[in-house]
Design a protein around this ligand. Structure first.
Ligand code: ADP
Ligand code: F6P
Length: 460
């Protein structure tokens, strides 16, 4: 995190999850880097900017002495924990944020609204507002992140005013924002939009998400939106913009040069000599289109018997939101599918699919990115998808091919340098995979150069 070495603190970042997650191990507390696009995209900021980061530490800590210990250990990283009791945290994070709001933001139908998690969502946003307003001074910029905290700008503005503090409030959404008609599925749709409209600036990953939001404000709240990128509502003017999030590519290129990773790359290259390697790295989430990916790969194997034992898909499915039933069901389905695909296509020489349901260390991740001829990302909807950027950062030598779903936010910037397809169309996916592994070197190079320039120009 950015270090604050005396002087006035003028930036507060807020997200539900802190960049460090705390765990209790044998009676003491240990913290490790949290995974996910939000932490990756903000990590680079620590190089140039000083800030405090408020968020939930990832576990319940009841005892006051323990709370002090956790706060102290995070203080070194300028991370400030907001402690929540486990039932409240569960209802807010799993109940409302991930079972109700997340699916709607990603165009998933069949969501059932429930009042208990909604009340918890409101309460957690209030607790965040109380803690932040206490620390903020006039002149502080408060930058709130993501869908877990959509009510926070309004709660902050109200409390700051009561305390006579003048602070600017920014909000960044790291997911898509759906078209207005879909957003109507959410009974509390108005509250959330009004919560956000107390921000001074609201950022989205793509123009499409931004415009969907503006149109929703007009249709749902009668807000005035004649001036591009601006929303006038209740005597306030709110600006919106598109902000392309990116990665710190240097972190990947430096890691690739380490002897440990070089060694690992040699081993993997030897292991997969004569075999085209396709890599996939995704949180285990419906929106990543993992069942679609396995179906598409199955179709590809059916379509190309001549490539038996010559292609392997290494799929890392990082465990995520494991307390939510839909995520547990997905995990079970993927295991079954993986078993069926290998049952159908494996030979004594090998299995075409390596499905890893676990988190892999950063060094291993970069080695995998580096040896892969193709990266296959099949999101049915996705705010951006930073794995696409990371793969590119590790492909300077090989000029690997990115096969990217048209529904990943990244596709609106990277489609020219990648092979695009519709994730629900297994035939199209199979053709895209075939095209990627047979693309001639000059086309690979020109596509790669386009992607490399984009990733290097949009660093964080
Ligand atoms: P999302 O935000 O939905 O998780 P992204 O693709 O934007 O999706 O970001 C995922 C991030 O998580 C990437 O930066 C990726 O490197 C990171 N990641 C993947 N596997 C791990 C892991 N095992 N540990 C930590 N971070 C990981
Ligand atoms: O991309 C959306 C997002 O919620 C990010 O904010 C976060 O980094 C990632 O998904 C992982 O989510 P969670 O905090 O639920 O593990």
């Amino acid at each position: 995190m950015g270090s604050i070495s005396g002087g006035k603190q003028n930036l507060i970042i807020v997200s539900n999850r802190l960049p460090l997650s705390v765990k209790r191990v044998d009676g003491s507390f240990q913290s490790s880097l949290s995974s996910g696009g939000l932490v990756t995209s903000l990590a680079g900021l620590t190089k140039s900017t000083q800030f405090q980061w408020f968020g939930w530490p990832g576990l319940e800590v009841r005892d006051l002495g323990d709370r002090e210990e956790v706060s102290k250990s995070l203080e070194a990283h300028n991370a400030i924990p907001i402690f929540l009791d486990s039932t409240l945290a569960h209802e807010h994070y799993n109940g409302f944020s991930n079972r109700i709001l997340w699916p709607i933001l990603h165009y998933q139908s069949g969501v059932t609204f429930d009042d208990t998690p909604w009340q918890a969502y409101k309460r957690v946003n209030e607790l965040f507002a109380d803690a932040i307003v206490e620390s903020a001074e006039s002149g502080t910029l408060i930058w709130v992140h993501d869908y877990h905290l959509m009510l926070l700008p309004e709660l902050l503005r109200h409390r700051l005013k009561q305390q006579g503090k003048a602070c600017a409030i920014g909000f960044s959404l790291h997911t898509p924002f759906p078209a207005g008609d879909f957003w109507r599925n959410l009974p509390v749709r108005k509250h959330l939009i009004e919560g956000l409209l107390s921000s001074d600036l609201i950022g989205f990953h793509t123009d499409e998400y931004k415009q969907n939001f503006i149109d929703t404000c007009a249709s749902l709240l009668d807000a005035r939106t004649e001036i591009p990128n601006q929303i006038q509502y209740k005597n306030r003017l709110v600006c919106t913009n598109k902000f392309i999030v990116g990665i710190d590519p240097q972190k990947f290129t430096d890691t690739l040069q380490t002897p440990k990773v070089q060694d690992r790359i040699r081993t993997l290259k030897e292991r997969y000599k004569g075999v085209k390697v396709i890599v996939g790295v995704d949180r285990l989430d419906h929106i990543k289109g993992l069942t679609q990916k396995l179906s598409g790969f199955d179709t590809f194997l059916d379509d190309h018997p001549e490539l038996q034992n010559k292609v392997v898909l290494i799929q890392v499915a990082v465990p995520s939101r494991e307390d939510v039933k839909e995520y547990q069901d997905l995990e079970r389905d993927l295991c079954t599918m993986a078993g069926k695909i290998n049952g159908k296509h494996a030979t004594p020489e090998g299995t075409p699919l390596l499905y890893m349901h676990r988190s892999v260390p950063f060094a291993e991740l970069t080695a995998l990115y580096s040896v892969a001829d193709v990266c296959l990302l099949t999101s049915t909807r996705d705010g951006m998808n930073l794995v696409a950027f990371e793969y590119v950062a590790c492909q300077e030598e090989r000029h690997g091919v990115l096969v990217l779903s048209e529904f990943a936010g990244a596709s609106s910037f990277m489609s020219e340098g990648s092979i695009s397809f519709h994730p629900a169309n297994t035939t199209e996916m199979s053709e895209a995979i075939f095209k990627a592994i047979t693309l001639d070197p000059s086309e690979r190079k020109s596509k790669y150069e386009y992607l490399r320039n984009f990733v290097n120009e949009n660093t964080r």
